[in-house]
Design a protein around this ligand. Structure first.
Ligand SMILES: [Ca+2]
Ligand SMILES: [Ca+2]
Length: 240
């Protein structure tokens, strides 16, 4: 039976995850040396992403090995238990955010149930989803992609490859479905997705991201038509 974990548990989760994951990376980033920690490098890039561009993680991949499998289910089960008992996190935990598979911002037994349902009788999910929800920590230790959460008709958005050694030659982005086209960015550091002018509110663009080891992920971007005034209040005294 699933049980909603109370907010204090979630806060402990946040504190636990952040304490576990980020200090070492930050210290490594600050340390002078010829071989910077790739995780620290990615975290530094993430801190400086343009407005509205979010780092993506593999939903359900708690140990960040690129797969969503029964080992992740073990880690998520252990994490929920650890949070309930205020115990140390399970071995192998790397991305707390990836455990919130029902996307409600909490790590709870309902997530364990959902991930178990996704896996069914198989050992691994064939093409996991990428997701971006902020609020829970993730080291971004492996796949490192950043993009927008929404698309606009006639607009463009970037899919940035922010991992060490990642570029458009070894990581590919293609349109799986939806009203858009994709092209390599001018500097080769990522891709630019152009949404069709005819795209409608409620359409979805599904991108297929193929990483260097040829694993594939889907990233779904909803098309949202902004309000006529773009939703941005004009400065006092200014005319539109
Ligand atoms: Ca995994
Ligand atoms: Ca959840």
């Amino acid at each position: 039976m699933s049980r909603v974990v109370p907010r204090p548990i979630r806060r402990r989760c946040l504190a636990l995850g952040i304490a576990l994951m980020f200090p070492a990376a930050i210290q490594a980033a600050d340390a002078a040396g010829p071989s910077p920690d790739p995780v620290a490098t990615v975290q530094e890039v993430v801190r400086n992403l343009p407005d509205g561009v979010l780092p993506l993680y593999v939903l359900g991949d708690l140990n960040e090995d690129g797969r969503v499998d029964r080992e992740d289910l073990r880690i998520l089960t252990g994490l929920v238990g650890a949070l309930e008992k205020d115990a140390p996190p399970p071995r192998g935990l790397s991305c707390v955010a990836a455990g919130d598979v029902n996307l409600n911002g909490d790590i709870e037994s309902a997530d364990v149930k959902r991930l178990a349902e996704w896996l069914g009788k198989s050992n691994e999910i064939a093409t996991p989803a990428l997701y971006w929800k902020p609020g829970l920590p993730c080291r971004l230790a492996r796949l490192a992609v950043a993009s927008k959460a929404q698309a606009r008709p006639g607009g463009e958005f970037a899919v940035m490859l922010i991992g060490s050694g990642q570029d458009a030659r070894n990581t590919r982005v293609a349109i799986h479905s939806g009203p858009a086209t994709v092209a390599v960015a001018a500097d080769g550091s990522g891709f630019t997705v152009a949404t069709a002018r005819t795209a409608k509110d409620g359409d979805y663009i599904v991108l297929r991201v193929t990483e260097p080891e040829r694993r594939e992920y889907f990233y779904t971007v909803p098309v949202v038509v902004p309000p006529a005034d773009d939703g941005i209040p004009a400065p006092a005294g200014a005319r539109r």
